[in-house]
Every structure is written in C-alpha cells, then in structure tokens.
Write a protein that binds this ligand. Sequence first.
Ligand code: PCA
Length: 225
Amino acid sequence: MVISGFDPYEDVTINPAFEVPKALQERGIWDDSQDSTNLSQDVEVNVHAVNIPVSFAKAWPLLRETLEATKPDIVIATGLKHSARSVMLERCATNLMDAAKPDADNATPRRMPIDEHGPAAYWTRLPLRAILRYFAKQGIPSSLSSDAGTYVCNSLFYSLLHWTVNRENVLAGFVSFPPINDDPHAERGLSLDQQIKAGQAVVRKAVWYYLHPSSGNILLDEARD
Ligand code: PCA
C-alpha cells in the first residue's frame, strides 16, 4: 500500500501529514493491541510512504510516479486540515481549484476546474462508515467530511480518484488530519500518537475490506465489521 503525506509547509512545526506516513512506513500497521479487525497479522502489508510537494502542478505527477513504480492495492493520501477538530474521512473530491494562498510554486489558481472535461466529483470507494465505527471502538475522534477543501489536498485526491476509475482493484481514499495538539481536553486537534493510531486503523480496515469486498453501497451501508 502507498500512504502519501506532504512536504513541510507553512509554519506548521509538526505536520501530522508528514509524520503519520513516516511512522507507518517505519512501524507498519499492527502495533496496536486493540486491533479488532480479526485480520490475521500474517497478512503482509508493505507500507510505502511518500511526501508530496504542496504544489498544484507537481503533487499528482509525483504520486502517480510512485503508484506506477510500486503498483499498490491500496492508496491513502493524507493532508493537514487546519479547521479539523478530529480525523476526517473524505467522501469525495470535487473538480475545483480555488487557492486562497500561493502554493510551493507560487501559483494561486482561482475558481478553476482541475480537469476541464472531468466530472464534478468522484466518490471514494473506501468503506468510510466501517472505518468510522472502527475508530469509535478505538476511541479515535473522527467524522465524515464532504470535501478536502479547494487547495492542493483536494486536487491531489481528485486526480487520484480519476486514476482509479479504470483500476477497480485499487482502493483509494483521503484522510484529513487535524493539527497536532497534546492537550487531551483541547477542543481542536489530536496528539500525534492518536493520529498515528488513526492512520494504522484506516489502513487495517482498508486491508480488511480489500480482502472481503462488499457488494453494497459503502457510502450508505452500515457496513459490517
Ligand atoms: N494541506 C493542504 C495542502 C497540504 C496539506 O497538508 C490542503 O489542505 O490542501
């Protein structure tokens, strides 16, 4: 599987979208005693982490290069969402770039489609409700979200879902992390440790689902565990 994050950006000192992919590549996805996926730990999951520049022009070509080189079954892209209070599972990517600030190449696309001929949006095929319930069991605050904004995160997600349209054997999704906050009573943000656990849980559940695909509508279904 491939998990992508972003290069350091803005003035964020510790960026969960940089740290979580790195941690998963180093530790794998199993070091959590509360695992309840009933997945045998014998399933070998190779985690390949990649950091992407916060650039509208370069983000997707770089991720695509990695996907073509590693041919993963599962791709989870991640980003930091400043406004998030918890881990957010993104349902869809919209065909819109609207940058409020310049990207790493100093580009500021305003109200432009990502793909002039592409559909307005793509849905993810990750089993979001099942992941959400799994998070609840593990005490990881999380919620569903309908967009990853209109900046580089959303553009990367849109191109990724476009790429998977004809690759039915690839499961792809996007997770937005909140800022890192070690205060357990904070209204916003989660500790890095919790965010790493969340990243591991998303991948475990995605692997489980990959091995037990459902024929139902994963966005509406109260998917089984
Ligand atoms: N968040 C930005 C881009 C990189 C990141 O982590 C976004 O919300 O698009």
